[in-house]
Design a protein around this ligand. Structure first.
Ligand SMILES: [Zn+2]
Length: 372
């Protein structure tokens, strides 16, 4: 039996939305779920206790960043990532592929892997399927992601086909290199760009390997929302119903709803904490830019319908003041609210699926939120 298992609890009658549960060595994750991102072994501006208190059941961390700093050997010596960062709930690590492919001129792709120069000091490195698994094994994450290539958008068919076939070969190497199967599970990643037949091909190739979960990569990379939804709708049909499905890099409320509606169980995105550091909040009434002059004397909470720590204790006027003065507490309080907002949104989505009112709840949130 694999370290990570999935139980399908209920499927929505009118959509592909589903309520499920992922069990890992560090605890249970109720799905659909949003996973906060802790790039460098920290969810920026948040103590782990706060991340737990706001209800997050799993976080994501980045192999590329931890490989460069502090180095996976140091994390291993510390007793693994859970211990190193004082987080005892599940952790998912990405493979580092997305980051090295994003380096542009600093990287070179071969069948062996990707040669790249560190964005920090220009030093030369090689990330391959075997190396990625070695690093993720040292980190000790519950869920490890396969080393893949995320094709850009737009990309021509030939390129996408070659890239997805190499991704499958790399996945097989990842699977062979993964030996710590009792404590960690490996998820495969479907690619294929916006080409439906290539998506099908990718799905068939990776599903054959019978992994405990599958991700959909290469979406939400700059394509129009309608196209993303159309391709995603098709992608999910090629994945087995008894395994969790993870849509990578998605974290605005509308994309979360569209993903859930099409049968996705797991999501991650840096967005909520990143926009928080720029003074932006997601609220039940839509986006709030705390910098705006209209909040100077607004002593009401950030979100009237939110009961997060920030909304229970502070006013918009105070949050605006902190931001204007470059105070650290600004990022801390806004990050807390934004993460709570998405974690709570997913909790409400799960409840709505259980009570057969997913589409009604979606409409309610869309009506109140305005432009996404
Ligand atoms: Zn709040």
């Amino acid at each position: 039996m694999s370290a990570v298992t999935y139980e399908l609890i209920k499927t929505d009658d009118r959509t592909k939305a589903r309520r499920g549960r992922v069990t890992t060595p560090h605890g249970v994750i109720e799905t659909p779920v949003f996973m906060p991102v802790g790039t460098a072994a920290t969810v920026k501006a948040m103590r782990p206790e706060e991340v737990k208190e706001l209800g997050a059941e799993i976080i994501l961390s980045n192999t590329y960043h931890l490989y460069l700093r502090p180095g996976h050997d140091i994390v291993r010596e510390a007793g693994g990532l859970h211990k190193f960062m004082n987080w005892d709930r599940p952790i998912l690590t990405d493979s580092g592929g997305f980051q090295v492919f994003s380096l542009g001129d600093l990287r070179k792709i071969t069948e062996e892997g990707v040669q790249f120069r560190s964005h920090i000091d220009g030093s030369k490195h090689m990330l391959s399927p075997e190396k990625s698994i070695e690093v993720q094994t040292s980190l000790g994450s519950d869920i490890m992601m396969a080393f893949d290539e995320c094709a850009p958008y737009p990309a021509d068919r030939r390129y996408v086909k070659d890239s997805l076939e190499r991704t499958t070969r790399w996945l097989k190497r990842c699977k062979a290199a993964h030996t710590n199967t009792e404590k960690q599970s490996l998820f495969g990643i479907m690619q294929g760009g916006m080409y439906k037949d290539l998506r099908k091909q990718s799905a068939e190739e990776i599903v054959e390997l019978d992994l405990p979960g599958y991700a959909i990569g290469g979406l939400s990379v700059g394509e129009p929302k309608e196209l993303m939804c159309e391709v995603l709708d098709d992608c999910v049909d090629h994945l087995p119903a008894n395994k969790p499905r993870y849509l990578m890099g998605v974290g605005t409320p509308d994309y979360l709803f569209e993903g859930v509606e099409r049968g996705v169980d797991m999501f991650d995105c840096v967005l909520p904490t990143r926009i928080a550091r720029h003074g932006m909040a997601m609220t039940s009434a839509g986006k709030v830019n705390i910098k705006n002059a209209q909040y100077e004397r607004d002593f009401s909470p950030l979100d009237h319908e939110c009961d997060c720590y920030t909304c229970r204790n502070y006013s918009r006027a105070y949050l605006r003041h902190l931001f204007k003065c470059n105070e650290m507490l600004s990022a801390m309080l806004l990050s807390n609210h934004n993460l709570y907002f998405l974690v709570n949104l997913m909790k409400n989505i799960r409840k709505a699926i259980e009570e057969d009112r997913f589409l009604e709840y979606k409409k309610q949130v869309y009506d109140n939120y305005g432009a996404f």
